[in-house]
Design a binder for this molecule. Structure first.
Ligand code: ZN
Ligand code: ZN
Ligand code: FE
Length: 722
């Protein structure tokens, strides 16, 4: 061997490469290929210099991408040739700080891995029952990272000095905690604020325990105890919305497919909505009205210790009131949750960023949050200038975009409260800092009264307004990498139309830059405005008047005059579902958004029925036809499940018909919260496909308003490029 054969390369890897065990991976790869050199975090990237024989360098380069750690996401690898300089061994060098203008992509939080779980339960292991056990492959990332580069010193673990033993493991290339920045043990790691046994006793005694998790506080209680769950609902002012349950054995309480089991056990560990098993040992009041159960598996060591100790499934619901953002700060949690929780199981590792649990149903995302954020989505038209899209009002998210990448924030809850508005501004500032972006464009909804719109107008940047349902359609197009043109069926509650009325039952023809409205539900009055959304009987009354049928005021205990007061007009599909749900007595008042549509879907189930007829004239869909048919059938004593089914099929049939009338293009996107109704979605999609349309549904971002900011970003980028 002569020295001439040796070559040296500089390899720079960008993407989500910090906090994912990338440097140890490079170390192992280099030493296995007998390469000398070094690796280090360099600003936002990982940089290695490797020297050795050409074949070994090539093997190294191939494996670098192919075998990268599962939670890494390599965006780009650039390799430059250097002069060979010799040397011995391979080293992990200290990180080079990132400039303030460098974006650093932190990985998503990762559920505890099997190796750590084994150690947690092994009495001979020195981390036996250590509630903060992690390794290079698992544990919190996004929620604890303060700055770049990702090093212990820049995370909220900075305050915990490693003990000698932890330090040895951290420095040992053969150890699986080699350079694991979150490494700790019972001697040197964070501490719980109360003895674990006391916390378990609170749960076993039917009490409510506030538990500090990864991206915020949860409220926990015994999911098998009717009294405990009722108490939690009453204190949290959450009447009907199903509560999430954490269990070690999802299969024992719900029916899940292999794909759903895999999802439950994945590194993201989302809440998966499933059908409860009949007779499952879960308190009736967890689901309250329907068959659907939101399940997740324990994803932190602390969760495992709680479940092992409590020996029963636990309700684990967001630590908030109603739809406020989840509490992350200890003092804030005590203030806001003090009247709900009987005890607080906290700890002294701060949470730096809020990140609620993600929710998935039947493979469709309902909330894209912990485990998925902050991973980026790709825009079909790159954002020429950095931009922020601020979303809508409910299920709020924001989206930061630059070049072809769009970062959709975790779920923030509903924006109409003071704490929510503060959380929005604070979380956005953190994101902008992480991505080193100063927005030159801000995209917002047309609605002048959304807190997000007001915030946008207070900033010193160019404003791009995007109509709500155009944003829905754009989100669906963009997540599939398309720019249109397409037809878009957008069915949701309500969104502001350019004509000042509330839209929401729309057929658009659009691309990313613009749209035309081809058809829509005939608007009806929403008596009482906002209160019509909480009290669907009001919308039912309005629809019955339109349908020429008597309004059963006596049943709803109200007076006729109230229909005329403060009654904005709306073409929202969600409102039509509300009306029929109220008419059938499924729910006359709602306690969470979309409840009426969800419960109507449950009632219809898989019952077969021919669709109700619904006329379309000049692009106006007469929704009142469906309400009239339902009223008459109810009067004639037809079973309610059949009426619900005929209504669902009637909506699907008319949706398909307006697409046929539009003819072109042959691509249809389906978006809007009403398409979380799986019966409606399946029926519309299959009928359109039967007629030769290509149909796209949401699979990366939700159909609901959680994706509005992403859609706005796609539109703003496309318009800016035009
Ligand atoms: Zn681990
Ligand atoms: Zn230690
Ligand atoms: Fe919407």
């Amino acid at each position: 061997m002569t020295p001439v054969e040796l070559e040296r390369r500089r390899v720079q890897v960008s993407g989500v490469v910090q906090g994912v065990g990338f440097r140890p991976f490079v170390y192992t790869l280099a030493t296995r290929n007998r390469l000398v050199g070094f690796v280090r975090n360099d600003g936002a990237t990982v940089v290695a210099e490797v020297e050795g024989h050409r074949e070994a360098l090539e093997r190294f380069a191939t494996a670098l991408v192919r075998d990268a750690p599962p939670t890494a996401r390599v965006a780009d690898v650039s390799i430059t040739a250097l002069a060979a300089s010799g040397g011995h061994g391979f080293a992990i060098l200290p990180s080079t700080a990132a400039g303030a203008d460098t974006a650093v992509l932190i990985g998503a939080d990762v559920a505890i891995c099997q190796d750590c779980l084994r150690e947690l339960r092994d009495p001979r292991n020195r981390r036996y029952r250590h509630p903060f056990i992690t390794c290079a492959q698992c544990g919190p990332r996004f929620t604890i990272a303060r700055a770049a580069p990702y090093d212990r010193a820049t995370t909220t673990m900075a305050g915990f000095a490693m003990c000698e033993q932890c330090r040895r493991e951290y420095d040992d290339p053969s150890d699986r905690r080699f350079h694991a920045e979150t490494i700790s043990c019972s001697a040197c790691g964070p501490r719980l604020s109360m003895p674990l046994d006391d916390a378990i006793a609170v749960l076993q005694g039917g009490g409510i325990l506030a538990v500090k998790g990864i991206g915020g506080y949860h409220l926990a209680c015994d999911a098998t105890s009717e009294a405990a769950v009722e108490r939690l609902r009453a204190r949290k002012e959450r009447e009907r919305k199903p509560l999430a349950v954490m269990t070690l054995d999802p299969d024992s309480v719900a029916i899940c497919t292999p794909a759903e089991q895999e999802l439950l056990a994945s590194a993201a560990a989302p809440i998966v909505l499933l059908d409860a098993r009949p007779g499952a040992p879960i308190a009736r009041s967890v689901t309250s009205a329907g068959p659907s159960l939101g399940l997740m598996t324990p994803y932190t060591p602390l969760h495992h210790l709680l479940l092992d100790g409590a020996e029963r499934p636990l309700v684990m619901t967001s630590g908030n009131r109603r739809e406020e953002p989840i509490a992350i700060d200890d003092d804030d949690a005590r203030r806001r949750l003090g009247s709900i929780a009987d005890a607080f199981l906290g700890h002294d590792r701060p949470i730096h960023r809020r990140c609620e649990d993600s929710v998935v149903r039947a493979g469709f995302p309902i909330r894209r949050s912990r485990g998925y954020a902050p991973s980026w989505l790709t825009l079909p038209h790159p954002a020429r200038r950095p931009l922020v899209a601020v979303g809508a009002s409910m299920k709020a998210t924001f989206c930061v975009a630059h070049d072809e990448r769009a970062w959709l924030s975790p779920h923030l809850g509903d924006l109409d409260t003071e704490p929510a508005a503060r959380a929005f501004a604070a979380d956005l500032a953190l994101h902008l800092a992480m991505l080193a972006v100063e927005p030159e464009l801000i995209a917002c909804d047309l609605h002048p009264d959304y807190a997000s719109t007001r915030w946008a107008h207070e900033q010193d940047a160019e404003i791009v307004t995007v109509q709500h349902h155009h944003a829905h359609a754009a989100a669906c197009l963009a997540e599939h990498g398309l720019g249109g043109p397409a037809l878009a069926l957008v069915f949701d509650g309500t969104g502001y139309g350019p004509d000042g009325t509330l839209w929401g039952g729309e057929l658009l023809r659009c691309d990313l830059t613009g749209f035309e409205r081809l058809a829509h539900l005939e608007p009806v009055q929403l008596p009482g405005g906002e209160s019509a959304i909480r009290e669907p009987w009001r919308v039912a009354a309005s629809y019955l008047e339109r349908a020429g049928r008597p309004v059963p005021f006596e049943r709803w205990g109200e007076v006729r005059q109230s229909l005329r007061v403060n009654a904005p007009r709306s073409s929202g599909m969600g409102r039509l579902f509300d009306a029929v749900a109220a008419l059938l007595g499924v729910c006359e008042r709602v306690s969470y958004e979309g409840q009426a549509a969800v419960e109507l879907d449950w009632l219809a189930g898989t019952t077969h029925a021919e669709p109700y007829a619904c006329s379309v004239e000049d692009g106006v869909i007469a929704g009142a036809d469906l309400v009239r048919a339902a009223f008459d059938d109810l009067d004639a004593g037809r079973p309610r499940a059949e009426i619900a089914a005929a209504f669902h099929e009637g909506v699907a049939a008319v949706a398909v018909r307006v697409c046929e009338l539009a003819e072109q293009p042959r691509l249809v996107v389906l978006s809007g919260g009403s398409f979380q109704n799986l019966r409606l979605l399946a029926s519309v999609a299959s009928q359109l496909r039967d007629r030769g349309f290509r149909v796209l549904t949401h699979c990366k971002v939700p159909a609901n308003d959680g994706a509005i900011s992403f859609g706005q970003a796609a539109v703003a980028a496309a318009r800016d490029a035009a």
